[in-house]
Each structure stands twice: as structure tokens, then as C-alpha cells.
Design a protein around this ligand. Structure first.
Ligand SMILES: [Zn+2]
Length: 392
């Protein structure tokens, strides 16, 4: 069963439904292009109404968007390898969000001028205080810019949200000077192979789900030569650097291997997520058994939400909920106040459960300093044990 919509990468009418996201509030279905292997969600709802912030483990997660700030250093390091940033470069910052990139970039490129484009009025004006930055509070699709007017286009975790990313990349190409640089960052489908996934990865905010291969092909088709490919070791992000070259009019060749890999990723993901959701109950039971002591959970995001909603852990068993970042956006989760790390010193927990994947090691180190006597349990260890238990 295919749909009449065409693939945004190869433009073939070869999209087939392969996955339905849990808890989708936009009624999205993930489709696989049988020609090029790009995963994309339909319908391509352009200009969806903005909703409130949620840290749900299901598809309706979104509108917190604090993650971009963690990507700034790598994007700047890549640019420094290929551009002389001491010159008065002109940079277009697509989806400038709270200005974390612009702020950092100006420290290494003090003569730069930046045009920041960000539609969200609640965060866009964070750049107002920065000299050298002009803000346009609008969607990138609605901004008209002169041909060949920028040295660099920076776009971090924006392309996957767009209804028509191919068209927007073509616009990036048009506004770049000849030889201009594109630094692009997007989530990677490699994460679908994570053994410990419980969150719905296909969230409503994302209409495109790129592998390194499909992202690089879309960038090449738009007239760029890729000069730094995504690091194979990074399973979460696809950061690439490309230079504006000439357009090629060639039709995109089929990519059966990519189609196979995308299918395999979806299958692995569905199987692992189902097994882990089942095992979450055992994790919640393990935590509940420790509740004669004072238990604190560190990490108030999607894993925590899944532990409560799917695992059935009662929030009333917890002596506190800590998160170093989320509290600024979500003061409360499941009836518990989201407290900063320093609160650990007052709670004096017996047990700290680390509900984070990316920052588990860092959080563990901090807990050892703040609460040296507390027992530390990490989500990764617990879900691993619970899966063995469920399988036995
Ligand atoms: Zn395609």
C-alpha cells in the first residue's frame, strides 16, 4: 500500500507506511521510501499549532527545546577547521532558539555578523542583547533573503521539523556565497538500535528521520559537497559540514541497501521498545523495594515519564526529583517539584536513581560528590537486569 505523496528526497511515489507512533497527537504515520530509504512521517503538517511544553515519553513530547545548546561546541569546532573566523564572516543561524550558538560563535568570531531566524517569540529575543546579531522572528520558509549573501549557514536540529526540507536546503544553497559553508545537525536513526529504548523516538515534532546516508544525499542533491561526514561513533546526532558547489540534475539512484537498513532499524526498535516497556514494571518494583530509604530520581525527562506511566512507579515513594536543566521549563512532573542538583544536599538521599542515558556518567560523578553515602542505580543497569528477569 503506497500513498500518492512523493518522497521528499528522491521524488518517487514510493512511500509505504511502516510504523505508527505511540500516542501521536498529530495522527502521523512513519513511511519508508522504497526507492531511497528515507523515513518520513505523513501527513506533512505544515505550520502545526504550537503546544505547551511536555516531557512525555510518548510521541507528544516537545516544545522544550533545550537540547540545541549541547550541540554548539561541536558545530563551532567543525567550522574552525574549515573557515578563518577572525574575518568579518556573515552567518545565517536557522532556528536560533535561545541564541546559544550565536553567543558562543561570537566569542570565537568577534568580527562576525549574524542573522538569527527563529519563529518562537517566547525564546527568540534572547539574542537581542548580543551586538552583531540581527533577529528575524519568523519561520525560515517565510524569510526572503538576497542571493549569495552569507558565508555560513548554521542549522541545528531544525531540518527534521520542516515539511519540505529539500526546498529549504535549496534556499540555504541560494543565499550562500560560492564556496560558502553549511553546518547541519540532525537526530540520527542510529538511535533506533539502542537496546534500552523506552521513549517513543518518532515524536510528532519530527517529520523526517535521517540516517547519515539519507541526510548526506539530501544535502548533495541540493548542490553541496560534503567535506565532513557525520562521526560514525555518534549515535544520536548527524553533524556534517558541506560546501556550496554546483547543482547536479541527475535523478537519484535507488538505494536498496539503505531501504533494508531502515526496515531493520524499525523492526529492532519495535522489538526492543516493547520488551523494555514490559521490563519497566520490574524496574519500578526494584525501586519500590528500596523505598524504606529515601529515594531520589535524577532525570525528570522522558525516561522518568515512562517509568511512571508505563512502569507504574508511584511518585509518592520518592523523596525528590532532580534535573539540572528541565526545572527551568517544567517546574513540576507527576506531582513532584523538579529541583536543581544542589537540593540533593538537603534531601540526603539513601538511593539515587539516574534516569538519563546521555548524561548518566556525568550525573553519577556529581552524585558521588553531593551525596557520597548514597547508593547509585542507573537506568541502563536496571533495565538490563529487568529484561533478563522478564525473559527468564
Ligand atoms: Zn525516496
Amino acid at each position: 500500500m503506497t500513498t500518492s505523496e512523493r518522497c521528499e528526497l528522491c521524488h518517487q511515489a514510493s512511500l509505504e507506511p511502516v510504523y505508527r507512533a505511540a500516542g501521536t497527537a498529530r495522527d502521523l504515520t512513519v513511511h519508508l521510501c522504497r526507492h531511497c530509504g528515507l523515513l518520513q512521517s505523513l501527513p506533512r503538517i505544515d505550520r502545526a499549532p504550537r503546544r505547551g511544553a511536555t516531557a512525555s515519553g510518548a510521541a507528544d513530547w516537545g516544545n522544550i527545546r533545550y537540547g540545541k545548546g549541547f550541540r554548539t561546541a561541536e558545530a563551532i569546532a567543525a567550522l574552525r577547521r574549515h573557515a578563518d573566523l577572525s574575518t568579518p564572516v556573515k552567518l545565517l543561524d536557522v532556528g536560533s532558539n535561545r541564541g546559544s550558538f550565536a553567543r558562543q560563535f561570537l566569542t570565537v568570531a568577534p568580527n562576525a555578523s549574524i542573522l538569527a531566524v527563529e519563529p518562537d517569540k517566547r525564546v527568540a529575543h534572547s539574542v537581542d542583547e548580543l551586538a552583531g546579531v540581527e533577529l528575524i522572528c519568523a519561520r525560515i520558509e517565510d524569510v526572503s533573503l538576497a542571493d549569495e549573501s552569507f558565508d555560513i549557514v548554521h542549522s541545528c536540529h531544525t531540518i527534521e521539523h520542516l515539511a519540505y526540507p529539500g526546498r529549504v536546503l535549496a534556499e540555504h544553497w541560494r543565499v550562500l556565497k560560492p564556496g560558502g559553508l553549511l553546518v547541519l545537525d540532525a537526530p540520527s536513526t542510529a538511535l533506533l538500535e539502542s537496546e534500552d529504548v523506552v521513549e517513543e523516538w518518532f515524536i510528532d515534532k519530527h517529520l523526517y528521520h535521517f540516517s547519515a546516508r539519507t541526510l548526506m544525499r539530501m544535502v548533495s542533491v541540493a548542490g553541496f559537497e560534503i567535506i565532513e561526514t557525520p562521526a560514525p561513533g555518534d549515535r544520536e546526532n548527524l553533524l556534517l559540514l558541506a560546501v556550496k558547489t554546483g547543482l547536479s540534475a541527475q535523478a537519484l539512484a535507488p538505494d536498496p541497501r539503505e531501504v533494508c537498513e531502515a526496515e531493520a532499524r524499525i523492526t529492532t526498535y519495535g522489538r526492543n521498545r516493547a520488551a523494555n516497556l514490559a521490563a519497566l514494571t520490574a524496574v519500578a518494583t526494584e525501586i519500590a523495594r528500596l523505598s524504606t530509604g529515601r529515594i531520589v530520581i535524577w532525570g525528570a525527562g522522558r525516561l522518568f515519564d515512562a517509568l511512571i506511566t508505563s512502569g507504574g512507579l508511584s511518585p509518592s515513594l520518592l523523596a525528590g526529583l532532580i534535573d539540572a536543566h528541565l526545572g527551568a521549563y517544567l517546574p513540576e512532573r507527576h506531582g513532584l517539584a523538579v529541583q536543581p542538583p544542589q537540593a540533593i544536599g538537603e534531601i540526603l538521599p539513601d538511593v539515587v536513581v539516574v534516569m538519563s542515558r546521555t548524561f548518566a556518567d556525568e550525573i553519577t560523578r556529581t552524585v558521588r560528590q553531593l551525596a557520597p553515602n548514597a547508593q547509585i542505580l542507573t537506568y541502563g543497569e536496571m533495565i538490563g537486569r529487568a529484561r533478563l528477569q522478564v525473559a527468564a
